[in-house]
Design a protein around this ligand. Structure first.
Ligand SMILES: *[C@@H]1O[C@H](CO)[C@@H](O)[C@H](O)[C@H]1NC(C)=O
Ligand SMILES: *[C@@H]1O[C@H](CO)[C@@H](O)[C@H](O)[C@H]1NC(C)=O
Ligand SMILES: *[C@@H]1O[C@H](CO)[C@@H](O)[C@H](O)[C@H]1NC(C)=O
Length: 183
């Protein structure tokens, strides 16, 4: 079922984000032993991938035909997805996930995502996180945080995300995100 949905939906990435907690780490657990802060963000990524006036994706290149094992190899899509505080439609919009989704595996459904998480509300309004990594929908996806701006300048960290139930699986992808940021 998920495979069929993936095959028919060119774009697979959605991230909703919402921030749920922030803690001063006082250096504990900071990579490199610095005195930076550790912040935990929680949010939901929403992607509307079947077009229409509210679609958040644009396909630049289709997946190559004849691929096996659910591969999206060759797919390139531009996304401007929504980061919500909650999984539901009445939630607060915290920001956007802007970037690229690329089918980069010949042998499975793995994609490369290059995303800027741009926060426009909440305590990190005006700050961004740069997230670059590999994702395979279906399992918990771990992707590196490679930088940031504003409050997240010089950020390092990682995100963990997983697909959550969608009320409209043919058009809506919702991912629950946890982001662990040292900055
Ligand atoms: C697009 O979004 C607007 C504003 O939220 C909503 O009123 C409208 O029903 C949506 N259209 C579709 C096709 O989902
Ligand atoms: C991928 O496809 C090949 C060729 O059909 C097959 O031999 C292999 O078992 C598949 N791998 C997975 C993980 O499904
Ligand atoms: C976010 O920051 C911008 C720029 O400072 C400001 O215009 C906007 O009102 C802020 N949004 C919220 C929800 O605080």
């Amino acid at each position: 079922m998920a495979a069929a949905r993936r095959a028919s939906a060119p774009l697979l990435l959605l991230f909703s984000l919402l921030l749920f907690s922030s803690a001063e780490g006082a250096g504990a657990g900071t990579p490199g032993g610095g005195d930076g802060r550790a912040t935990h963000l929680h949010f939901y990524f929403h992607e509307l991938f079947s077009g229409g006036p509210n679609g958040t994706t644009a396909e630049v290149s289709p997946a190559r035909s004849g691929n096996q094992n659910g591969s999206f190899f060759g797919l390139v899509s531009v996304v401007d997805d929504m980061l919500w505080e909650g999984a539901g439609p009445a939630s607060r919009l915290l920001g956007r996930a802007q970037g690229l989704t690329v089918g980069a595996s010949l042998t499975d459904g793995a994609i490369l995502t290059v995303l800027n998480f741009v926060f426009t509300d909440g305590p990190y309004n005006g700050s961004t996180l740069a997230v670059l990594g590999r994702a395979l929908l279906g399992a918990v996806m771990e992707r590196p945080i490679v930088g940031g701006t504003g409050a997240f300048r010089m950020a390092r960290g990682y995100t963990l995300s997983k697909m959550v139930d969608s009320s409209d699986p043919e058009n809506l992808l919702i991912l629950e995100y946890d982001a662990y940021v040292w900055h």
